[in-house]
Design a binder for this molecule. Structure first.
Ligand code: AMP
Length: 549
């Protein structure tokens, strides 16, 4: 028997219509680096999204299911593209600005992008690559930047504002099947070619509702969120969609992602929430130490994308800012777990330990741990295995390219359709996930796993340490041993022995690294995470100055 309920498709169009009407006065504020930021209401964003859709369809001939790429910072125009493209029935393809040229050109070709909307300030990055992007026919340029960089370009160049200026401010949005593609994002590509994850209207809708749940980010129209996490990385953790559902204001940093302007915009615009990976916050905290400012307006900061070191959470606590730790992946839209301690621990000694975990699965995400022998492990807080997840906003395959079949590599999807995350951890009896490693980063020493995360966290709590990354390196006796690479703070005095003694009070003796290297900076991936592949390669090629103690 079927229900008697209406079957209304869960589409991005409904999110847009809701935000532009019910929350029409909420604002997207874009930092300009000048005295006044640009302010645009959700109603204006809706009208301009309609204008952009007209321009894309009528002037550039964008058809159904066609990918429209963006090469942009976080700003109001990018939000307009976020709605115009999916709502007209095309697919928003956000390009990661930080990818190496080879990967970027490969991705544009694989997605067959014909139109790219690009910020003027990024022309220097993309102009030299256009010859290697034969699919690209149109560039739509928005915001300040030197247009002469495009002189001689084969693609036609349009000004964003000119293109939309005379278009109607409403659009007869088509009623779309909720399972159709709305947006796509290629994973940072840790191994092999990058993989295209394609989000549906339905997955974005359900994920946004989840972001808005009080046990998740739980923001309301009384909040403004500083969206530092890039719009080119997993839809800025779903914030542009989630805020249009609830009327949360968005503060967009555009290209001003350095610690000083971030501190300045927090002080000036007083956001109540912010979202970013740990490395951004480490930089901001150093800036705040050098030049203290009141940042207590931020009641909540969502940190994810990499493990939040305890020292970072403590530093924020001291500033009166509460960190909420979350875990996710490009393949999981991204929110897969959020750490809100159980009610009975609030105000007790247990609370902090709970906050440091990756958190609990929200309704809609199911998780399981699989042991090295393929068996399903119990949620006992001790049995460590690879995390697998499934749910309506979790990828079930990767994009196979125009006309190609979607791909389901065996190392990424189980036979019964769960996503293999490549993350290793434990789950407590009350459902809290603690990641101990990435499957590829696990250090297996004499048959025992050593957590690189534990070693890094312990090292980063040393007052002289700015950053620390630990990787597995081959060892004749033990198979693998940890190599600790450390960035010291300015004027730090600690030497290897001091750091090792410090670690010895925090981890088991057999876990202490023998190999140490001070480095100027830990190499980072395009989205600011420690790039352990590079560290391992540098070690293998003898490029690190390693001391054995
Ligand atoms: P990406 O698809 O580039 O967002 O990378 C996803 C990966 O980042 C995950 O599979 C984890 O390895 C890592 N990651 C994300 N969030 C966390 C977190 N809170 N703690 C530890 N690792 C994380």
């Amino acid at each position: 028997m079927l229900s008697t309920m209406q079957d209304v498709p869960l589409t991005v169009t409904r999110i847009l219509n809701h935000g532009a009407t019910v929350h029409g006065t909420s604002q997207v504020t874009t930092w300009t680096g000048e005295s006044e930021p640009q302010r645009r209401s959700f109603r204006e964003i809706g009208a301009r999204a309609a204008q952009l859709a007209h321009a894309l369809r009528e002037d550039l001939g964008v058809g159904e299911d066609e990918r429209v790429a963006t090469f942009m910072w976080n700003n109001a125009e990018h939000v307009e593209a976020y709605f115009a493209v999916p709502c007209m029935g095309a697919v928003l393809h956000t390009l990661n600005l930080r990818l190496p040229a080879e990967q970027l050109t490969w991705i544009v070709g694989h997605a067959a992008d014909r139109v790219i909307i690009v910020n003027g300030s990024l022309l220097g990055l993309i102009a030299p690559l256009l010859d290697r992007m034969p699919s690209v026919e149109h560039l739509v340029v928005s915001g300040p930047g030197d247009r002469s960089l495009l002189d001689g370009a084969r693609a036609r160049v349009h000004e964003y504002e000119d293109l939309i200026a005379a278009k109607p401010t409403d659009y007869d949005w088509p009623e779309l099947d909720e399972r159709r593609a709305a947006a796509m994002c290629y994973t940072s590509g840790t191994t092999g070619d990058p993989k295209g994850v394609v989000y549906s209207h339905r997955s974005i809708y359900l994920h946004s509702m989840q972001v808005n749940m009080s046990q998740s980010m739980g923001l309301t129209d009384a909040d403004t969120s500083l969206v530092v996490v890039p719009q080119f990385h997993v839809n800025a953790w779903g914030l542009p969609h989630a805020t249009f559902m609830t009327g949360v204001g968005m503060l967009m940093p555009d290209r001003f992602l350095q610690p000083a302007p971030l501190a300045e915009m927090i002080e000036a615009e007083r956001p109540s929430h912010a979202a970013a990976v740990p490395t951004i916050w480490q930089g901001l905290l150093a800036e705040l130490t050098a030049k203290p400012r009141d940042v207590s307006c931020m009641h909540q900061v969502t940190i994810g994308g990499a493990a939040c070191p305890p020292s970072l959470m403590e530093a924020f606590d001291r500033l009166g800012v509460r960190v909420c730790h979350a875990w996710g992946m490009t393949e999981t839209s991204p929110l897969g777990t959020v750490s809100r301690p159980p009610a009975h621990t609030i105000g007790t000694d247990e609370e902090f330990a709970y906050r440091l975990t990756q958190g609990r699965f929200p309704a809609g995400v199911e998780g399981r741990l699989i042991g090295p022998d393929g068996s399903r492990l119990p949620w006992d807080g001790e049995s460590a295995g690879e995390l697998e997840v499934r749910g309506p906003w979790i990828a079930g395959s990767y994009y196979g390219g125009a006309g190609g079949e979607d791909i389901r590599p065996e190392d990424k999807f189980s036979a019964d359709g769960w996503l293999k995350t490549g993350d290793v951890g434990v789950i407590s009896a009350d459902g809290f996930l603690t990641l101990t490693d990435r499957a590829k980063d696990v250090i297996k020493s004499g048959g025992e796993w050593i957590s690189s995360v534990d070693l890094e966290n312990a090292l980063m709590s040393h007052p002289d340490v700015a950053e620390a990354a630990v990787v597995a390196v081959p060892d004749e006796k033990w198979g693998e041993r940890p190599l600790a690479t450390v960035v010291l703070k300015e004027e730090a005095t600690a030497d290897y022995a001091a750091l090792r003694d410090f670690l010895a009070t925090r981890v088991a003796k057999w876990q202490l690294p023998e190999r140490w290297a001070f480095v100027a900076a830990v190499p980072k991936t395009s989205v600011g995470k420690f790039d352990k592949k590079v560290l391992r390669r540098q070690y293998a090629h003898g490029e690190l100055d390693v001391t054995r103690i």
